[in-house]
Design a protein around this ligand. Structure first.
Ligand code: ADP
Ligand code: MG
Length: 356
């Protein structure tokens, strides 16, 4: 109990007749990096705003360290916030921007000087202290925003798509920098993104949001390897889907009759019963190709439609007889000719049953 830092307890948010967050429960442990991942409009920002105190839940409570915070204004919630737009004060220098939250909290001048210097050092901007935000690059401005959110050592840091405006290279560098800061300072971070690879890179846990509900929450590995729903399987990474019917269940595996013919053994995340229609999700890189026309073991027979060398991997498109699967092979694999007859093999654990 004591290690739960943040609890969303039955939170709903309505704007008029529009339900944006739908009776949502979520616990975030102390020191954890949790991403809220979902498409645009899924309610991520609204959820973060309710945690920060910029929005009020229609129903439910937000608790921090076991205490309801709904009556507290933002500045008394002890949270650092970083938005996509840097929202720096343009008329203040970098140093003054970072000092601002400390002045608001009545910290003495000497201590402010020390803490600002440390925060600048942390984001490697000590040399920029006297510049105006307009004299900095986008990445530098975002690092100032980060320093300003961290300088008062808040118990929680909230970030809403903070890297969205940066180009790819800088974004990837900042992802690692923020991750390193998180590890070094033991921060509790709630990080909003619609970018699945960003969430996979940075998070201890990912909560996948869809239409104001959490579809699935888990470690990046759980979310990627064992998606529970079609939405999660398709939103995180690329996947192949196949329709089938459950024939029998044994422990955490089921034998599935494929709609397009053949049988496979598939891994279960939830409960299914014999006779039930299901979807299978198989990641492209979990499939191997062999010569042949007969599917034995856990496999599907198919023809190659296309094979493209992509530098770091080979991408093979199978034809309709194998549900049009995409296969991602190691770059050193042999090339497959269009029309070649192949058997596509995969492990039961890599072939996941998801409810239809
Ligand atoms: P996300 O951050 O996941 O893109 P948001 O939380 O910003 O999603 O928005 C979720 C939904 O709520 C959207 O349909 C959006 O249009 C709506 N919404 C957000 N803020 C308001 C508001 N102040 N008034 C009315 N509708 C809003
Ligand atoms: Mg948003």
């Amino acid at each position: 109990m004591t290690d739960i830092r943040i609890r969303f307890d039955g939170i709903s948010k309505w704007y008029g007749s529009l339900c944006v967050v739908d009776n949502l429960d979520l616990d975030i442990a102390k020191g954890q990096f949790v991403s809220l991942l979902g498409p645009s409009g899924s309610g991520k920002t609204t959820l973060l705003m309710m945690l920060a105190g910029f929005e009020t839940p229609t129903k439910g409570r937000v608790l921090v360290d076991g205490e309801p915070v709904d009556h507290l204004p933002t500045y008394r919630r002890d949270m650092g916030v970083v938005f996509q737009s840097y929202a720096l004060f343009p008329h203040m220098s970098v140093g003054e921007n970072i000092a601002f939250p400390l002045q608001m909290r009545g910290v003495g001048a000497a201590e402010i000087g020390e803490r600002v210097a440390r925060a600048l050092d942390m984001v490697q901007l000590s040399a920029m202290r006297d510049r105006r935000p307009s004299q900095l690059s986008g990445g530098q401005q975002q690092r100032v925003a980060l320093a300003r959110a961290l300088v008062f050592e808040p118990r929680v840091v909230l970030m809403d798509e903070p890297l969205g405006a940066l180009d790819k290279q800088l974004r990837e560098q900042m992802q690692l920098d923020i991750r390193a800061l998180h590890n070094r300072l033991g921060l509790t971070i709630v990080f909003v993104t619609h970018d699945q690879s960003e969430a996979l890179t940075m998070s201890d846990r990912i909560a996948v949001l869809n239409k104001g509900k959490i579809e699935q929450i888990g470690t990046p590995r759980e979310i990627y390897d064992e998606p529970h729903t079609r939405f999660v399987a398709e939103f995180i990474g690329e996947t192949n889907l196949a329709e089938g019917t459950v024939e029998s269940v044994a422990g955490a595996e089921a034998r599935i009759a494929l709609k397009r013919g053949g049988h496979v053994i598939a891994g279960l995340s939830g409960k299914v019963a014999a006779g039930q229609d299901v979807l299978l999700s198989i990641r492209p890189e979990r499939i191997e190709l062999k010569d042949g026309t007969v599917a034995t073991g856990n496999s599907i027979a198919a023809r190659v439609a296309d094979c493209v060398y992509q530098g770091d991997h080979l991408r093979v498109q199978l034809d309709g007889s194998a549900h049009g699967f995409i296969v991602r092979l190691d770059r050193k694999s042999r090339e497959w000719q269009p029309g070649a007859e192949v058997v596509a093999e995969f492990r039961p654990a890599d072939c996941r049953v998801i409810a239809p």
